[in-house]
Design a protein around this ligand. Structure first.
Ligand SMILES: Cc1cc2nc3c(=O)[nH]c(=O)nc-3n(C[C@H](O)[C@H](O)[C@H](O)COP(=O)(O)O)c2cc1C
Length: 336
């Protein structure tokens, strides 16, 4: 199926151990329209592991993209089919993760060196499902700084049927940098993504990497003659989730809302209660909401109260309500 490009106007990046289903429900309390991603799930895990645990999600999170890690076309096709059955809106192939574990499994960023294989993977997945298949990649690997290998990668993978690429606009240096360093040290080259869009007007490109504010993201999206098709923000959206409260207005043309941080927590509490009743520890949910009051009166009280109390045995939604009450009290106190 063709990608619905409009849905990609804004997305929250897939992040292992961060964008789990609890995080996505929380993000959904702030934006009805942002496209949300799963963490990367490997084919091996899906084919041999506990699928409900790995893939299950609440329909309230939709639309959610399932990101797969793998490089065997038949396995990826099987996993894409399973993802479709679970209700994911799209399947995305990870061609950007630089960890050693991923490289030894011959997938993630090292696939930037094997565009023909990536094309075969995309084509096999597209055959297997009725939902769109996309690729998230880097602008290259290792120390060759040229633009041409990136352009060659895109044109080869496009021949496999990929119509939309999410590009983390820095290289992955597979020789010696840790995954964390690989998210910060190789320089950002937004111009590579802007240029590839101008040269491939029929393909869609979503810009990712280092975006801190909506203003910066929207400027980069629109400053080239043919605008980019979307932006994806990862760490900043996680650290400062309030950013998501403006997404529907800024990227999808919705009317402005007067929603507050307090309203968002009120929306999240019923989900917390449902999960607690199902046996989930409170801390698994509250770890994602610690940044909500960042820079606000009571922000430190919020973070500290939740961190100290949410993992206590038997902790439930009342901990969150009490934290909210303390923030409210702090925000009414006159500044010293
Ligand atoms: C903790 C963490 C885990 C990540 N896990 C994934 C992942 O599973 N799949 C993926 O494609 N990228 C992953 N990334 C990379 C992000 O999706 C994104 O490309 C990168 O952080 C750059 O965007 P940002 O500067 O907006 O964070 C991860 C990043 C972080 C910080």
């Amino acid at each position: 199926m063709a990608v619905n490009i409009d849905t990609h106007a804004f997305s929250v990046a897939p992040m292992m151990e961060m964008t789990d289903r609890f995080c996505r429900v929380f993000h959904r309390c702030m934006s009805a329209k942002a496209l949300l991603y799963s963490e990367m799930v490997t084919c091996n895990a899906i084919l041999h592991g506990d699928r409900d645990y790995l893939l299950g999600f609440d329909s309230i999170e939709s639309p959610v993209v399932l990101q797969l890690g793998g490089s065997d076309p038949a396995d990826l096709a099987a996993c894409a089919r399973i993802g479709q059955q679970y209700g994911y809106a799209e399947i995305n192939l990870n061609v950007g993760c630089p960890s050693d574990r991923v490289q030894s499994g011959r997938f993630g960023a090292c696939l930037m060196a094997e565009p023909e294989l990536v094309a075969s993977c995309v084509s096999a997945m597209k055959e297997a499902v009725d939902i769109p298949v996309t690729v998230k990649c880097r602008i290259g690997i290792d120390r060759n700084d040229a633009y041409e290998p990136f352009a060659e990668f895109i044109s080869t993978v496009q021949r496999g049927g990929c119509e939309l690429f999410i590009v983390h606009a820095r290289k992955a240096w597979l020789d010696g940098l840790s995954p964390k360093e690989n998210r910060d040290i190789p320089p950002l080259k937004y111009d590579f993504v802007q240029r590839i869009k101008q040269e491939n007007p029929d393909l869609a490109f979503v810009l990712n990497g280092g975006l801190q504010t909506h203003q910066q993201a929207r400027t980069l999206k629109h400053e080239c003659p043919l605008p980019l098709d979307g932006v994806m923000i990862g760490r900043q959206a996680y650290k400062n989730p309030w950013l998501l409260s403006e997404v529907d207005e800024l990227y999808y043309g919705d009317k402005p809302t007067s929603i507050t941080r307090f309203d968002i927590i009120e929306r999240y509490i019923p989900h917390i209660e449902k999960e607690i009743a199902a046996g989930t520890r409170l801390g698994r949910m509250t770890r994602h909401i610690l940044g909500l009051f960042q820079g606000q009166p009571g922000g430190r009280i919020w973070r500290r109260y939740l961190s100290e109390n949410a993992w206590r045995p038997g902790a439930g939604a009342e901990v969150v309500k009490e934290a909210l009450r303390r923030v409210d009290a702090a925000s009414r106190r006159p500044a010293a």
